[in-house]
Design a protein around this ligand. Structure first.
Ligand SMILES: [Zn+2]
Length: 260
């Protein structure tokens, strides 16, 4: 598969140029390669040293990640940053990064997929979905689902265990029955928790929180389900890579190494 055609296809699919002003990550090719023909793709959430080692070991010449190697600002190439860049260059692996475009995408996006999995597990029939935040004025893109038949928090905790996540539910709203959820993969912020409250979201699902954000959620009685940063962001790169593999008949390998 020609590398340039592949890159142009992913850029267009994810509408990468829309995020120029709102995302500090460079959302396209971050490291080029000499090789022009892509024969093996690896994908992972993070661009870490141990992920690159795996991509080298499995013979990939194209690596797709959600968490970047480079920000827009210039960075010194030192220490781990140097080591990672050196490994990519030495092994002629092109690195493609997609941060917010992969959070936001309406088919291969983390939040869309988290919501769709929830809808299908609970067999929701009467529900409305809503997209919050325009790309231009938000740093996290999220979806909510509102449904007619309430679901007990215990059933949601069970669902988390079913998909391999240890749930951490902060029931600040003090209600057991839930009829709406909002999804923010990765990390939330105060602005989003306020928006959830204003929109009467029963349970705000996100990856991680810092202390002052949890105290604020408690103050405004916004219940939160913590799903861990990594766990909320595995699905997007996988769905995107599977799509590319099917569209262009390129083998893919998922490198699923978290920090736990
Ligand atoms: Zn993230």
């Amino acid at each position: 598969m020609n590398k340039i055609i592949l890159i142009e296809y992913i850029d267009a699919l994810l509408q990468a140029d829309k995020y120029l002003k709102v995302d500090a990550s460079c959302n396209w090719l971050q490291v080029d390669s000499e090789c022009e023909n892509i024969s093996q793709i690896s994908y992972a959430v993070d661009c870490t040293d141990y992920i690159i080692d795996q991509a080298v070991a499995n013979g990939s010449n194209f690596l797709i990640v959600h968490h970047w190697l480079f920000w827009w600002v210039e960075q010194p190439v030192l220490w781990m940053h140097y080591k990672k860049l050196q490994k990519l260059l030495k092994n002629d692996i092109a690195l493609y990064c997609s941060h917010l475009p992969i959070d936001a995408h309406e088919k291969y996006g983390n939040n869309w997929l988290l919501m769709q999995d929830f809808i299908s597990y609970f067999n929701l029939e009467e529900f409305d979905i809503k997209r919050f935040g325009l790309i231009e004025n938000t740093t996290s893109i999220w979806w909510s689902v509102r449904f007619k038949n309430p679901i007990n928090l215990d059933a949601i905790a069970w669902y988390c265990k079913f998909i391999g996540i240890i749930p951490n539910i902060y029931n600040y709203w003090e209600q057991k029955q839930v009829q709406s959820l909002a999804f923010v993969s990765g990390k939330w912020n105060i602005q989003l928790i306020s928006e959830a409250r204003k929109n009467n979201i029963d349970l705000f699902v996100t990856g991680e929180l810092v202390h002052y954000e949890s105290t604020y959620a408690k103050e405004i009685q916004q219940s939160v389900l913590l799903w861990w940063h990594y766990e909320t962001e595995r699905c997007g790169v996988r769905a995107l890579s599977e799509h590319i593999s099917t569209a262009y008949n390129i083998p893919i390998i998922g490198i699923d190494i978290g920090i736990q």
